[in-house]
Design a protein around this ligand. Structure first.
Ligand code: NDP
Ligand code: 2IT
Length: 448
């Protein structure tokens, strides 16, 4: 569907003119705007008060230098970012990514997506994102700690439990959150929930580690149920082998699926007997090794160099859980040709626009990341609630709330799509449902 509406078109063209070198950001905005056209036309206030023009830009962007000293005594300079996209529905909320590919465009696309994802959870959170072009791979424990502290030396001014609450993303897990939390506490002299994904002893929530992967599978199960399908007996590919991928494997396997392939940025493994998530956890979380070493644990498995080939392995269900634009048109074609019937997005914006078009045109079930990977931030929101009441809930209680939230997200996206004549299009439904809620809050709060 091309953008026809003159107002919607002008918002996108203006961004293209202002930010010609930010392809990921423009991609995310265009994908969001396309299905909104009938909604924009249904209420004149959206155009009159330029709601879209305001909504696509971040409220505040902080770009800062992060100088730190490596183990050789050299002074290294990295670039840090915190983008506070929208506070319409609550404090800015969203992860921090440490990866060499981080730049302003990547942070802007992630922050933009986060606002609408956080809205879909139904919890009172705005959207934000941050990170740095730091590569934790190959760094010593002491280097990672010094970098996290250097990063927090600036970030601490901009965050707080009622202002902006960062969490993890690629390259930022429990270890990094711990070092940043320690530095935040020291600089602010306050023990407070200004970060989520904390350790249990320091106000973290049970089930936060598992939340994104589990939530993805709860969402997928709800969507499949609506189409008389399930994970039972299905061959599943999960790309990546980090936080999201590992726990997506665990839940998918519990629900009867067989995860036959997983990857990292160097290559992929195939194990026809089903990949044991505990081995992945051991390799990636504990030993911080490459996924290629899986064949040392399971000699019957095979390793193939290069990560994009994973989508040529025949499967029923594909769950990309590594990074943006990891499924292009060619990979989508291979999935479709091999009989895959569903693509559920775990990573943020993993499918290119061409891939999405091909997947939808071929009639596969398709869920966009802002809906199906919202489980992580949902449990982050529950961690904030627990911190506010200074209590901790049981694993079972958090997990039950997560499942309920993911099922609600599916049903509200499906209902919004149906209301605007796009039944079954969960991508359109996710954009419409989240736009309406954020837009209503903006209208109610006035232009300020
Ligand atoms: P991790 O750092 O734990 O794992 C990332 C995984 O993806 C690793 O296996 C990594 O391989 C692989 N990967 C990273 N970059 C690339 C690349 N350019 N090409 C191929 N593979 C790559 O991150 P998460 O699991 O936390 O995040 C994965 C995705 O899920 C991201 O898109 C993130 O934004 C999204 N997400 C994360 C949430 C969370 O709670 N953590 C919540 C919602 C979404 P290698 O080890 O070789 O680098
Ligand atoms: O992309 C995401 O939703 C995350 N990285 C999790 C954000 C959070 O605040 O838990």
């Amino acid at each position: 569907m091309a953008i026809q509406n003159a107002y919607v078109k002008s918002v996108l063209e203006n961004l293209e003119k202002c930010y010609p070198n930010e392809p990921e950001y423009l991609q995310a905005v265009e994908e969001f705007l396309e299905p909104l056209q009938p909604v924009i036309e249904s209420d004149a206030r959206y155009e009159k008060l330029n709601v879209l023009g305001r909504m696509v830009e971040a409220e505040r962007t902080v770009v800062f230098s992060v100088p730190w000293v490596n183990d050789q005594g050299e002074v290294v300079m990295n670039h840090g970012y915190r983008l506070q996209h929208s506070s319409a529905l609550g404090p800015y909320k969203g992860g921090l990514r440490f990866h060499p590919s981080v730049n302003l465009s990547v942070i802007k696309f992630l922050g933009f997506e986060q606002t609408f994802k956080d809205c879909l959870t139904g919890l009172p959170m705005g959207g934000g994102k941050g990170g740095a072009d730091f590569d934790p791979k190959g760094k010593s424990e002491a280097e990672v700690m010094r970098f996290c502290q250097a990063f927090m030396n600036e970030l601490h001014r901009h965050i707080g439990e009622d202002t902006d609450v960062p969490a993890g993303d690629i390259g930022v897990g429990g270890r990094e959150i711990g070092y940043m939390f320690g530095q935040y506490k020291k600089l602010q002299n306050r023990f407070t929930g200004a970060l989520t994904g904390k350790s249990l002893a320091c106000g973290g929530s049970l089930a936060r580690t598992e939340a994104t992967g589990f939530g993805l599978c709860y969402f997928a199960a709800a969507m499949m149920k609506d189409h008389n399908e399930s994970f039972a007996g299905k061959r599943v590919i999960i790309s990546g082998s980090g936080n999201v991928a590992t726990y997506a494997n665990q839940k998918c396997t519990e629900l009867g699926g067989k995860v036959i392939a997983m990857s990292d940025s160097c290559g992929y493994i195939v194990d026809e007997n089903g990949i044991d998530y505990k081995i992945i956890q051991q390799i990636k979380e504990v030993k911080r090794e490459r996924i290629s070493t899986y064949v040392n644990y399971v000699p019957g498995a095979r390793y193939v160099k290069g990560c994009s080939g994973i989508w040529t392995v025949p499967c029923d269900i594909a769950m990309p859980c590594a990074t943006q634009n990891e499924i292009g048109a060619e990979s989508a074609k291979a999935l479709i040709a091999n009989g895959c019937f569903a693509v559920f997005e775990g990573s943020n914006m993993p499918c290119t626009p061409d891939a999405i078009n091909a997947i939808k045109a071929a009639g596969l079930l398709y869920s966009p990341s802002k809906a199906s990977n919202a489980g992580g931030v949902a449990v982050s929101g529950l961690e904030m609630s627990q911190n506010s009441e200074r209590l901790s809930w049981s694993f079972e209680e958090v997990d039950a709330q997560l499942k309920n939230i993911m099922e609600n997200i599916y049903h509200s996206c499906a209902a919004a799509a149906a209301k605007y004549g796009m039944s079954g299009d969960i991508q359109a439904g996710a954009n419409i449902a989240s736009f309406l809620k954020v837009a209503d809050a903006m209208l109610w709060q006035g232009v300020s």
